[in-house]
Design a protein around this ligand. Structure first.
Ligand code: AMP
Length: 418
């Protein structure tokens, strides 16, 4: 027996109500803010991610699905959504469009992680990117968007964690101070942090190991080392968020797991569960486009994990609208009646009336049972009598009431009740 690979799930029809609802809300949000959809391939050249996410990051060192195609080229299943959007922005000359270019995606993301609740090897993200403008109002916008989405879904029990990690001008001084703080504490920190100190010192701050907590808590703060430009930018971001009455917590240990971030970083976390179960996050990445070989274009974006949003909708038993199923069922008895039924189903569908047709040669009773279990409001019955009289029987499945109607009357009745 084959099973879905570890860390992946099937999204069954009964689950789709949640998924389609979240996606519809995401699309609606993008229309409100003027973001246009971009779909990129599921795989890219592996080097695109190594270069942008950073060589020393967990994603690149431990989590990417790398495959060699038949020509020997190293490809990677998309482990995040931002780098492919930037690649497409450059490849399609979007720098020539009025800036910023605002794009969104709904995409499957692949990471070889240890599967657990809310952590999968294939998950889905909704993300937005505003590329080509350094305006701090855009930072506020991409924080507001996922927050507003969650609130509109009924998930307002969240906190927005915010930090600024500076730019290439001010960060080196900060890293020096951070290393200085850790140097005398080498024997107290976890083995991973010893490596981070060498390879990716910013990540020291978000270590989850108990022994590293107080050392990270007491570490110098990135916000105390910002250059004037970064400081003014951060002040503007917080000012805009306050003007939106959007609640946020300054969190000096928030750095995020990808190297391309500059200045603003943020994460949206549930009140219960914290960073381990973050619903979304993002930040500014002013150097990424240039790092990928194009003229510099500052940018900012966010991504939200749809799987975790769905888990929370279920956890809090939040209502989601059902997906409408066809309200009409056609039951028929005998080959001649079936031919009639096939024709009638097609013509009703052409009128945009959803129809499910009985299949097989079951008894009328069994067909009505099937109609009931499908939640049909009406069943059209075509039996021997109907074939003789040229009329059709319309049964109201709730009341059990039946009417004998001509085809024209039947259409009118169904249209009226639609
Ligand atoms: P990240 O780019 O890691 O910040 O991911 C953005 C969002 O995607 C996170 O806040 C999570 O909601 C979601 N996410 C990330 N990794 C996973 C995963 N392995 N399984 C499910 N959701 C994930």
């Amino acid at each position: 027996m084959y099973r879905a690979p570890r860390g992946t799930t099937d999204i069954l029809p009964e689950e789709q109500t949640y998924w389609r609802y979240v996606e519809a809300k995401a699309v609606e949000l993008c229309q409100l803010y003027g973001y246009r959809r971009l779909d990129t391939p599921v795989f890219e050249e592996a080097a695109l991610f190594t270069r942008s996410i950073g060589e020393g990051t967990d994603i690149v060192t431990k989590e990417m699905y790398i495959l060699k195609d038949r020509s020997g080229k190293a490809l990677a299943l998309r482990p995040e959504g931002t780098a492919p959007v930037c690649r497409a922005y450059i490849e399609h000359g979007m720098a020539n469009l009025p800036q910023p270019v605002k794009l969104y995606y709904l995409a499957a993301i692949f990471r070889y992680e240890r599967p657990q609740a809310g952590r999968y090897r294939q998950h889905y993200q909704f993300g937005c990117e505003a590329i080509g403008d350094a305006d701090p109002a855009l930072d506020a916008e991409v924080i507001q968007m996922p927050y507003q989405l969650l609130v509109s879904l009924g998930l307002s029990e969240v906190t927005v964690q915010l930090n600024s990690i500076g730019c290439k001008a001010c960060r080196p001084d900060y890293i020096k101070a951070l290393k200085h703080h850790y140097a005398p504490r080498l024997t107290d920190i976890c083995p991973d942090c010893k490596i981070r100190l060498e390879k990716n010192p910013l990540r020291l701050l978000d270590c989850k190991q108990q022994e590293c907590q107080h050392i990270a808590d007491e570490a110098p703060r990135t916000t105390d080392y910002l250059c004037q430009g970064c400081q003014e930018h951060f002040e503007a971001v917080t000012r805009y968020l306050k003007s939106l009455s959007l609640p946020f917590n300054l969190n000096h240990r928030l750095v995020r797991g990808l190297d391309y971030y500059t200045r603003t970083v943020f994460e949206i976390q549930p009140l219960v569960g914290g960073a381990q179960s973050a619903l979304g996050g993002g930040g500014r990445y002013d150097d990424l486009i240039e790092q990928l070989g194009a003229s510099p274009a500052p940018a900012v974006g966010f991504a939200i994990g749809i799987d975790r949003v769905v888990l929370n909708l279920k956890k809090y038993k939040l209502p989601v609208p059902p997906i409408a199923s066809p309200g009409v069922f056609i039951a028929c008895l005998g080959e001649e009646a079936k031919t009639e039924a096939v024709k009638l189903a097609a013509s009703l569908r052409a009128q945009r009336i959803g129809v499910i047709m009985a299949s097989g040669n079951r008894s009328l009773k069994a067909q009505l049972r099937q109609a009931d279990s499908l939640g049909s409001r009406y069943t059209i019955i075509i039996g021997e009598e109907e074939m003789k009289s040229g009329r059709l029987t319309l049964r109201n499945m709730l009341s059990g009431e039946q009417q004998s109607l001509t085809a024209t009357e039947l259409r009118a009745a169904l249209e009226k009740s639609a």
